[in-house]
Design a protein around this ligand. Structure first.
Ligand code: 6YU
Length: 505
């Protein structure tokens, strides 16, 4: 592709050094752009890809899995290229498995009276819930939504089907299955990163696309992907601890002034193009002061309309396992939740009821006996404010109650705090009630908007929230960074001598 010299000399500032910012910078540098800088608020690269440790064990504080590790997933392809994955994840069988976002994990079921539930007893509720989720995703292509939210739809349909299909069951069996549906709703709150499924738009739910492949993890940590990508960038390209406070662009016709990026320390950096990759949570909170002039109204409204919620993890280590050796996920079913609830009435007192259960970190030879608890929504945000010791106590009480074993004591506990992270303000994006594909288009639209006569492509937008169907994921974020780099590359490609080779992927 031929690029005009000015293109390669143009000053590009990328704001944020998460995977989308790294991907944008890497693509531009590979194409020969000479003046690319990344400004990152924190002291590290990776953003919501954040590998930490619990004692001597590697844990993921942020992104966990490659969702859909197969040939169309660039995160999978790059990780394979860098040698970051285990052989099992690379097999053709693994790549071909179409799990539609729901890994077939071996479950262990526990109830709040300390009983173990049999998988065959919970199965009717689990399969009905899976059907309802699939149906929820269909309204997008069918058009029209009978209810405003996924939560409303699932609740209404579940009650109808329970009355018809389980009418001959004993009342206690029916009640227990309804409690299982409440648990499944809480699982979905974590998957979607929302407070309640009542906030997830029914018509837009099906915008999200899954890729084939059984989700896999990184034995050496997800941050290995960032380190490998960073090693392809020139030293010193990223300025760390450099939060940006305001982007001064222009919507005035004929104005050819550069964009000015103002940093919190008062530094002003001029640029021909700025690629903004800050999370939607940050944009929602700071949208008014981050842009001068303010963003166009349609963009502002879409930032407000789209959902961005919290999903947190609580890692818990034990001396010995209290779950079955083959168990991969533990579900905790509250026996007083027949009324299909996914939110807690008294958050301060009962926030722990929102934790749907735990995934088991495997293999045990690597992780020992570590579980990862999952909690979404305002309950998760409240959990972040508590001392870690208090969180540990609540977890111990919970497990003792559900197992009926009063001696179980966690050895170590560590939780994530994504809502109070000032540069993220939550976990990831979901399509809220009333959202449509147009909102995602508006989020990714560069400034100035189409049809405006001022200098084009002053400010571009990448980041997971800007991907039309892979929002909320690492591959969505990566692809959005490449997309905006390509936008600049093709902007300058109309004439000129330089022949720039396209990088692989
Ligand atoms: C995935 C997974 N995963 C768990 C948890 C979380 C997320 N995701 P970044 O935030 O990375 O970078 C922005 C940078 O900008 C950052 O460094 C800031 O410091 C900086 N910044 C901010 N303000 C600034 C300023 N003013 N100046 C300068 N710099 C500034 N994704 O693929 N697999 O298992 C999970 C999970 C707890 C928190 C995840 C997962 C989401 C990804 O982590 C996330 O999308 C990307 O890392 C974002 O990269 P980025 O570059 O855009 O931003 C309908 C329907 C269903 C849809 N949902 C399906 C489920 C999929 C989600 N699954 C998630 C599950 C887990 C467990």
């Amino acid at each position: 592709m031929a690029l005009r010299r000015k293109g390669l000399d143009s000053q590009v500032v990328v704001i944020g050094c998460g995977i989308s910012g790294v991907a944008a910078a890497q693509r531009l540098v590979k194409h020969g752009f000479r003046n690319v800088r990344v400004l990152e608020a924190t002291g590290r690269s990776g953003g919501r890809i954040k590998t930490g440790s619990l004692g001597d064990k590697i844990i993921e504080i942020g992104a966990n899995w490659i969702h859909g590790p197969s040939e169309d997933n660039p995160v999978f392809c790059l990780s394979r290229q860098y040698g970051l994955l285990e052989p099992a994840a690379l097999t053709a069988e693994n790549q071909a498995m179409d799990i539609k976002g729901h890994p077939p994990w071996v479950p262990g079921w526990f109830s709040s009276s300390g009983k173990k539930l049999r998988a065959e007893d919970t199965y009717p509720a689990v399969s009905m819930f899976a059907e309802l989720l699939d149906e929820s995703a269909e309204f997008h292509s069918r058009g029209g939504e009978p209810r405003a939210s996924v939560g409303d739809f699932i609740r209404a349909e579940a009650l109808k089907r329970v009355a018809e299909e389980w009418k001959d069951e004993e009342a206690s069996t029916r009640a227990m299955r309804l409690c299982v549906v409440s648990n499944m709703l809480k699982v979905e709150c974590c998957v979607n990163g929302t407070h309640t499924m009542d906030q997830v738009g029914l018509g837009a739910f099906g915008l999200y696309r899954t890729l084939p492949g059984l989700d896999c993890t990184f034995p050496g940590g997800y941050e290995g992907l960032i380190q490998n990508l960073m090693s392809e960038l020139p030293q010193g390209l990223v300025a760390y601890r450099q939060p940006v406070s305001c982007i001064h662009w222009s919507d005035t016709e004929g104005d050819n002034e550069p964009v000015v990026v103002e940093c919190e320390d008062g530094q002003k950096i001029t640029a021909d193009h700025v690629v903004v990759t800050v999370p939607l949570g940050y944009l929602k909170k700071h949208r008014a002061k981050l842009f001068r002039p303010p963003l166009p109204l349609h963009k502002l409204h879409s930032i407000q309309r789209m959902g961005f919620g919290t999903n947190n993890k609580i890692f818990v280590e034990f001396d010995s396992p209290w779950w079955d050796m083959d168990c991969e996920v533990i579900y905790l079913v509250w026996e007083d939740e027949e009324n299909l609830v996914d939110q807690v009435a008294d958050i301060k007192r009962s926030w722990i009821k929102k934790l749907f259960g735990f995934t088991v970190l495997k293999p045990a030879e690597r992780y020992g006996h570590v579980l990862c608890g999952w909690i979404a929504g305002r309950e998760a945000e409240h959990m972040e404010t508590l001392p870690e010791q208090e969180v540990a106590q609540s977890i111990a009480q919970l497990i003792r109650r559900f197992t009926g074993n009063p001696t179980i004591t966690p050895r170590k506990v560590l939780r994530s705090q994504w809502f109070h992270d000032p540069w993220t303000c939550g976990s990831y994006t979901y399509p809220a009630r009333g959202c449509s594909a147009q909102d995602l288009n508006n989020l990714m639209e560069p400034l100035p908007s189409k049809g405006t006569q001022s200098r084009p492509l002053q400010v571009l937008f990448a980041g997971e929230a800007t991907h039309p169907c892979y929002y909320s994921t690492v591959h969505g974020a990566l692809l959005s960074g490449w997309r905006e780099a390509d936008r600049l590359i093709s902007h300058y490609s109309s004439s000129g001598p330089a022949e720039i080779p396209r990088p692989k992927l």
